[in-house]
Design a protein around this ligand. Structure first.
Ligand SMILES: [Fe+2]
Length: 197
């Protein structure tokens, strides 16, 4: 876990884009309401790339429906966690991952209020007729003094949700706004904070 954090921070110091985080002026609704339960873990899957760029806009000129994902990293007592790494990756609208570069991949470090914000694309589905993944985002969250959380996020009302064995309704984003080509989604991660020993 610490190795992951160290690796990604080292990468941040190098070629990464350290742009200011956008859209952090308003308070976000908690999604889900802050509960004393952790965000569930899910498998990493085969397409994770380490040392992603630190940036908020992951689109890199790709075409598709824009998706803005906003949220916070919180402790189980609902305290915002600053300096948590939130590393996001997903496929494009055709279900393809960029496994040679960093399109639709990137990480951010939460601000003093535990907030992050990504601009990316709505992912497509992928697989075949016998096994097809519903649209999802992959995320790793490494908060200071917390175990590494690897999980996935899902979208409401997707026809494939109920046919995807990995789908978990506890990992549904909340759709705050949906326009023709833009979706604004919210999700707060809740992670355990280990006591200092
Ligand atoms: Fe995936």
């Amino acid at each position: 876990m610490l190795k992951f954090r160290r690796k990604i921070l080292q990468a941040s110091a190098g070629f990464l884009i350290a742009g200011p985080m956008l859209g952090q002026r308003r308070a976000l609704a908690q999604t889900p309401a802050c509960e004393h339960s952790f965000t569930p873990h899910q498998i990493e899957g085969p397409y994770y790339s380490p040392q992603t760029p630190r940036r908020s806009n992951l689109v890199d000129g790709l075409r598709g429906e824009l998706l803005v994902l906003e949220g916070r990293v919180l402790s189980t007592s609902c305290r915002p966690i600053p300096n948590a790494i939130v590393d996001l990756w997903s496929c494009d609208s055709q279900g393809e991952y960029d496994n040679t570069g960093f399109k639709l991949r990137g990480h951010q470090i939460t601000d003093a209020q535990g907030r992050f914000r990504f601009q990316t694309l709505m992912p497509g589905s992928y697989g075949n007729s016998s096994f097809r993944r519903t649209p999802h985002l992959h995320v790793k969250v490494q908060a200071p003094a917390s175990p590494l959380l690897t999980t996935q996020l899902y979208f409401p009302d997707q026809p494939l949700n109920q046919r995807d064995g990995f789908f978990n309704p506890a990992l549904l984003v909340k759709i705050k706004e949906q326009k023709q080509v833009l979706t604004l989604a919210l999700f707060d991660f809740v992670v355990p904070v280990l006591a200092k020993g």
